[in-house]
Write a protein that binds this ligand. Structure first.
Ligand code: F6R
Length: 369
C-alpha cells in the first residue's frame, strides 16, 4: 500500500504534484478559463455576499488563513478566519449575506461541523471544501468543492493541505469572476499560473536531499522557530505544527514583523530559525523587510534556514542554509514553500525515532469536540 515508501507520509508528500493537478482538473485550463459549476450557490446569491468567514481546525485552518489573503485581494470582500472550535462560542455576527467556507479533509471534524451548523442556523450559506466524498460536512453544507488529494492515511496532513489551498484560490477567483471585480484581468493570469503549479511542486520535491540532511543534523535540538510575513506567516505556522506533531519538539511560527515585539528575546546562539521569504518581485517592500528580519536574528546568533525564490540573491549573505523554491506569484507561494517544511518535519521526526504516520496522542479524524 505504501508503494515502496517507508511511510504513508512520504508517499503522500510525493503525491502532491498529482493531488494538485487532480484538484485543478476540469476546473481551470491553460487558456485561463475557470469553471466551477459544481459550486451550487446561485451567482445572484454570491453577488450579494458581504462577508466571508472561513472556519476550520489545525492544518485546514492554516489553509484558511492563506485563503483570506486571496479572497480579500481578488474579491474585495472582507474575510475572517476562525478556529472552528472557538467560532460559535463568541456569538459571531452572521446573516444571509455571509458566506461561510468550512475546510475539512475528513469532513467529519466535530468542531467544524458544529461551527457550520451554527452558521446555517443564523441563515448563512455554507460552502464546504472537503476531501472525502459524502462525508458529514459536505452533506450538511449548501455546496461543496471537493479536493482531489485521494485518501490521506498519515495522520499529519500534507497533500490534503496543498489541495485545500488550491480549492481556496479557486473559490477566491470564482467569487472575483462572478462579482466582476477590478481584478478581472488578473484572474485569467492566475488561472494560467495555477496550471503550472503541479510542475513547480514536482521540482521542489526533486531538490529535497539537502533539506533531509539538514533535518537529520538538527534532530538533537529542542526548539525550532518559523518566521514569515503575508502568506508566508501561515506557512510558518504550518511548518511549526508539522514539527510539533511529528517530531514532538517545541516549534513556533511567528509573523516576522512581530519579532521585535517579543519573540526576538528567544533568539540564542545556534537556534534554528526557518524563514519563509516572499518573492522579491511584486511586493518588494515586504521582501526587503524580511531580509532585515533575517539579518537581525542572525546578528543574535540564530542559525538561519531560508526558504527563498530562485534568483533571490539578497538573502544569500544571511542564509546559513538556503532552500530554493520556484518563482510563483506571491499569493501562490505557499503551494511551493510548504513542501520543504513537510519534508523537514518528516525527516527530523524519523531521525528522532518517531513513527511519522501515527504520532502519539493524535487521531486522523477528530469526531469529538
Ligand atoms: C495536522 C492535521 C490536523 C487536521 C485537523 C482538521 O497535520 O492533520 O491539524 O488538519 O484536525 O482535520 P480535517 O481537515 O479533517 O477537518
Amino acid at each position: 500500500e505504501k508503494a515502496g515508501y517507508a511511510s504513508f507520509m512520504l508517499k503522500e508528500i510525493a503525491e502532491q504534484p498529482k493531488a494538485v493537478a487532480d484538484t485543478l482538473l476540469g476546473r481551470v485550463d491553460g487558456s485561463g478559463t475557470l469553471s466551477l459549476d459544481e459550486v451550487r450557490i446561485p451567482a445572484g446569491v454570491l453577488r450579494e455576499v458581504d462577508k466571508v468567514v472561513v472556519v476550520a481546525c489545525g492544518t485546514a485552518y492554516h489553509a484558511g488563513l492563506i485563503a483570506k489573503y486571496a479572497i480579500e485581494h481578488w474579491t474585495r470582500i472582507p474575510c475572517e478566519v476562525e478556529l472552528a472550535s472557538e467560532f460559535r462560542y463568541r456569538d459571531p455576527i452572521l446573516d444571509q449575506q455571509t458566506l461561510v467556507v468550512a475546510i475539512s479533509q475528513s469532513g467529519e471534524t466535530m468542531d467544524t461541523l458544529m461551527a457550520l451548523r451554527h452558521a446555517r442556523e443564523q441563515g448563512a450559506r455554507v460552502l464546504a471544501i472537503c476531501n472525502t466524498n459524502g462525508s458529514t460536512i459536505p452533506r450538511e453544507s449548501d455546496a461543496v468543492l471537493y479536493t482531489h488529494a485521494g485518501p490521506e492515511v498519515a495522520v499529519a496532513s500534507t497533500k490534503a493541505f496543498l489541495t485545500q489551498l488550491v480549492a481556496c484560490y479557486l473559490v477566491a477567483l470564482y467569487l472575483g469572476q462572478v462579482r466582476g471585480t477590478k481584478y478581472g484581468d488578473e484572474i485569467g493570469d492566475v488561472v494560467r499560473d495555477l496550471s503550472g503549479i503541479s510542475g513547480a511542486v514536482e521540482r521542489v520535491l526533486g531538490t529535497m536531499d539537502p533539506v533531509r540532511e539538514l533535518a537529520r543534523s538538527l534532530a538533537h535540538k529542542n526548539t525550532v522557530l518559523f518566521l514569515g510575513r503575508h502568506v508566508g506567516h501561515p506557512v510558518a505556522l504550518e511548518g511549526a505544527l508539522k514539527l510539533k506533531e511529528l517530531a514532538y519538539m517545541h516549534a513556533e511560527g511567528f509573523a516576522a514583523g512581530e519579532l521585535k515585539h517579543g519573540p526576538i528575546a528567544l533568539i540564542e546562539e545556534d537556534l534554528p530559525v526557518v524563514v519563509v521569504v516572499p518573492s522579491p518581485r511584486g511586493r518588494s517592500i515586504l521582501h526587503d523587510k524580511i531580509v532585515s528580519n533575517i539579518q537581525e536574528i542572525r546578528a543574535r546568533g540564530a542559525r538561519t534556514i531560508v526558504i527563498a525564490e530562485e534568483g533571490d540573491e539578497a538573502v544569500v549573505p544571511y542564509a546559513d542554509h538556503l532552500v530554493r523554491v520556484p518563482a510563483t506569484p506571491t499569493l501562490l507561494q505557499p503551494l511551493v514553500a510548504t513542501v520543504p517544511l513537510q519534508v523537514f518535519a518528516c525527516e527530523l521526526a524519523t531521525a528522532r525515532g518517531n513513527e511519522v504516520d501515527q504520532p502519539r496522542n493524535l487521531a486522523k479524524s477528530v469526531t469529538v469536540e
